[in-house]
Write a protein that binds this ligand. Structure first.
Ligand SMILES: *[C@@H]1O[C@H](CO)[C@@H](O)[C@H](O)[C@H]1NC(C)=O
Ligand SMILES: *[C@@H]1O[C@H](CO)[C@@H](O)[C@H](O)[C@H]1NC(C)=O
Ligand SMILES: *[C@@H]1O[C@H](CO)[C@@H](O)[C@H](O)[C@H]1NC(C)=O
Length: 337
């Protein structure tokens, strides 16, 4: 974590915070054209966005920070992948672990969306035996192998944030955030994805990713799986999921996305609960990046019918407040002390 940037910065913060920020990146960050910035490279393997760059964002709205952060993460992924980033490599995929008797059960998925936060489903904060989530693993590819081309980092959970409108067993607002016990080391295997930038999903091609864990505690698929999905309209989806005890208003199109099913019966089984429904956002001049648009929430009979995903966009005010004002506050606290 300690880098030459921290040292330079610490020195400069003492004399002037403004100088410090301008050395690392010109304040012209408002200009959308950010060149490839390999200054995030700590060594051949690790990347870091210096803390003071977050401090620089104190003057921006959480919405603006969300965009700036997306660009920074994209910078890293571009340094890693070269010009044609391959966001489908899922460096944001997280595995969630529960301590059950003497073992850790990896039973849900999630997505890294910042230096310290993982997005998942609210129902994933506990497993079916009632154990609370305790571990998060990032950067893994093959759970069982140590020789796969991956570099896992394991964290414990510092704090969880469940959406205030989630009322189990109801499925609405099935979304939660996990704060990790320490900052993530960005490597080519671990880079956050963006959230909340697409207001219109029409024309995008979503994919799911996950280890296809069985909630029955059986063996997971060892290697990260991914599958293309197709959106299914709310009206069609309602045929599969009518109003019920856990779905009192039925499928709510504003809060949920339905996808998959149909003829590709393998599709919907592959995403774990809590894992991402993602698109490649092509809209920037700096190239494609992964954006999480849904969180795997519930499904039935794996594959033949669509699955339901919690829409990320309507939950963005809540996400931004926790994820980005956390960065603000900690950075402001450091600057003030
Ligand atoms: C991609 O991100 C930009 C952010 O500026 C947004 O305007 C756009 O709608 C996004 N989505 C797609 C599918 O391009
Ligand atoms: C999606 O886009 C297509 C082509 O641009 C258009 O014909 C269609 O009406 C759109 N669908 C929705 C639901 O907006
Ligand atoms: C089925 O898979 C194909 C390619 O594998 C994909 O293009 C298509 O969108 C999928 N259909 C559904 C309904 O998910």
């Amino acid at each position: 974590m300690w880098s030459v940037y921290n040292i330079v910065c610490l020195f400069l913060i003492v004399c002037s915070y403004v100088n410090c920020a301008s050395i690392l990146k010109s304040p012209e960050i408002e200009n959308e054209n950010i060149a490839i910035d390999s200054s995030y490279l700590l060594n051949d393997e690790e990347f870091e966005i210096p803390d003071d760059e977050v401090a620089d964002h104190v003057r921006y709205s959480p919405e603006r920070v969300n965009l700036i952060k997306c660009k920074q993460y994209h910078q890293i992924s571009k340094v890693v992948n070269g010009r044609d980033a391959k966001p489908r490599e899922f460096p944001h995929m997280a595995l969630l672990g529960y301590e059950d008797s003497d073992q850790i059960l990896w039973e849900c998925g999630g997505s890294l969306i910042s230096e310290k936060f993982v997005l998942t489903a609210a129902h994933c904060l506990r497993n079916k035996n009632g154990n609370t989530i305790k571990y998060v693993r990032l950067g893994d590819l093959d759970i069982k192998s140590n020789t796969d081309n991956a570099s896992p980092q394991q964290f414990t959970v510092k704090k969880t944030f469940i959406h205030p409108s989630y009322k189990s067993p109801n499925r609405y607002h099935d979304i939660a955030l996990i704060q990790l016990d320490k900052k993530v080391k960005f490597t080519k295997y671990v880079i956050p994805a963006c959230v909340g930038l697409s207001t219109d999903l029409n024309g995008t091609n979503p994919t799911v990713a996950g280890w296809g864990l069985t909630r029955r505690g059986g063996d997971p698929a060892n290697i990260l799986q991914t599958a293309p999905m197709a959106y299914v309209s709310a009206n069609v989806c309602r045929k599969t999921y009518p109003k019920s005890f856990a779905l009192t208003r039925g499928i709510d199109d504003d809060l949920m996305i339905c996808a998959g099913g149909g003829t590709n019966k393998t599709d919907t089984c592959q995403g774990d609960s809590g894992g991402p429904l993602q698109i490649i956002n092509q809209s920037y001049d700096f190239g494609a990046f992964s954006e999480i648009v849904g969180v795997t929430s519930f499904g039935r009979s794996c594959g033949f019918v669509p699955g339901a995903y919690t829409r990320v966009l309507p939950h963005m005010p809540w996400i931004r407040e926790i994820v980005w004002s956390y960065s603000f506050k900690s950075a402001a606290a450091r600057t003030n002390s």
